[in-house]
Design a protein around this ligand. Structure first.
Ligand code: 3PY
Ligand code: MG
Length: 255
């Protein structure tokens, strides 16, 4: 298979990846050329639908970098579809209970571990392998992250984190902050929010899971990396466009 994401994430240094909200294979190919280790397509709040993902996926995996998909919701059909499209990692929003975490694993893994249904031909191609080998290796090669982004999930943190077959936890700082009553996650140092984020990192460590988070800015990336998070969404397409435009504008203003 093409990329060894699990092996890479076993290392201590942060893995920074980009986050796409725009659909389109050309933009996806361009994002894959930027100096981040993977590209995530956000199907929850971004504009890409499944037909878009089907053409964006080869543009990303051709670069040798893993495709990460944040799916629309915790639904077994959507998890299978994301893996079939060639995702090496799937980020599942709003996982709030142990039962929901178990359902995630069941949908993502082939039997006997779960009940993923066969048919991932794009995934076989993206992995550069043959169906029989894909079937053998998929359960250990693909990685599933449960998003912890509500007060309810915090209450069930250990029960969620100890779910067999789960690979990582992923903090959604905005929803987590909203759920705790602090509005958008602009100030991650609010004591109750920071304590929750620390507890998520500790639960991941205790259960040998990869701690992940949505950063989106250098400050947030530094904050999460400082708390031991390793799988970090560092930059969004919209953010990069705005930052590039501002940098150019600043240069033009000096002419
Ligand atoms: C959140 O901050 O809630 C996320 O889901 C990241 O996009
Ligand atoms: Mg969220």
């Amino acid at each position: 298979m093409a990329s060894d994401l699990r092996g890479r994430l076993a290392k201590a240094d942060p893995f920074y990846f980009s986050w796409m909200t725009f659909p389109g294979a050309i933009v996806a190919g361009q994002m894959a050329r930027l100096p981040y280790e993977a590209v995530c397509i956000d199907m929850q709040h971004g504009l890409a639908g499944f037909t878009d993902v089907a053409s964006m996926s080869p543009a990303i995996t051709a670069s040798g970098k893993p495709l990460v998909l944040r799916i629309l919701w915790n639904d077994p059909g959507l998890i299978g579809q994301a893996l079939d499209a060639g995702a090496t990692a799937v980020i599942v929003p709003m996982v709030n209970t142990r039962a929901q975490a178990e359902a995630v694993v069941k949908a993502a893994k082939y039997a006997p571990m779960g009940m993923r249904s066969w048919g991932g031909y794009a995934a076989v191609q993206a992995a550069g392998t043959v169906p029989a080998d894909y079937l053998k290796e998929a359960n250990s090669r693909t990685m599933i992250f449960a998003m912890i982004e509500t007060e309810e999930a915090l209450g069930n943190l250990d029960a969620i984190a100890s779910t067999p077959g789960l690979d990582g936890l992923f903090v959604g700082p905005n929803d987590l902050s909203i759920s705790l009553g602090f509005g958008l996650g602009k100030d991650l140092k609010i004591p109750k929010l920071e304590a929750a984020i620390k507890a998520i990192a500790a639960a991941a460590k205790k259960n040998s899971l990869v701690p992940g988070a949505f950063g989106g800015s250098p400050e947030a990336c530094a904050f999460f990396a400082g708390h031991g998070f390793r799988f970090i969404a560092a930059a969004t397409d919209v953010g990069l466009l705005a930052a590039g435009a501002k940098a150019l504008q600043d240069q033009l203003a000096k002419i």
